[in-house]
Design a protein around this ligand. Sequence first.
Ligand code: 2HA
Ligand code: ZN
Length: 273
Amino acid sequence: MKVLDAKFVKEFVDMADDGYTNGYHERNGGNLSYRIKPEEMYEIVYEMKTDREWMDIGASVPGLAGDYFMVTGTGRFFHHVKEDPENTCGIIRLDDTGTKFQILWGFADGGRPTSELPTHLLNHQIKKEQTGGKHRVIYHCHPANLIALTFVLPLTDAAFTKELWPNMTECPVVFPDGIGVLPWMVCGSMEIGLATCEKMKQYDAVIWAHHGVFVSGENFDIAFGLCHTIEKSAEIAVKIRSMQPTRRQTMTRPMFEALAKAFNLKLAEKFLR
Ligand code: 2HA
Ligand code: ZN
């Protein structure tokens, strides 16, 4: 099978385009990675080039040794992913120590994986272990309303979760564990990668102050849907705050408890207090 005909590649490209269409990816902002299933690799193996150099990841991820990933490229625009996947994206494999990678397909004009590759892989490693291999997608983008909130809310998990949960009844259903928040840090660094990992142990979404959000999910729809829901709630928060300084009414603890009962949810108790 041709790489471009593979179902996961089409879904990868569609998600990148959805992100662009929603305005989450100005210029070369954001990045996406997918841990490819062995049976998916098997179908496209004939197009893989295995003679390219091995390069340093910039992090050690032994839990992903030998794994294959599709990733967006550094400096590439999400705007162009749909028309030109072979230049904007690539497929890489990790060596058996989890410290080096090799480009097997894509990045046709000499590109390289995203500058956030260490953060993506560190997070894949955590989520792979934590979910017994279920989570496969890590996505980073720059949604405007969520970023705006990082200038006015305290930069705590509780402040963001409590602000975003009541804005749409779907929110506690979609992110019952809440959301993690990190203070501003230099992006692309090991420090932000490791700090994001610490938060990812508790949450599937981590906000980077004055920058954007990182989400993890088992497939493209779940990961994108999580980001989309959080950003929509942030947009509602911005609208509410623009209209009046405080809410006249809101979702209360008994409402959250009723919702949890109806949907069989375990809402994180610390955010109900
Ligand atoms: O430009 O979003 O965080 C890519 C990024 C870096
Ligand atoms: Zn970014």
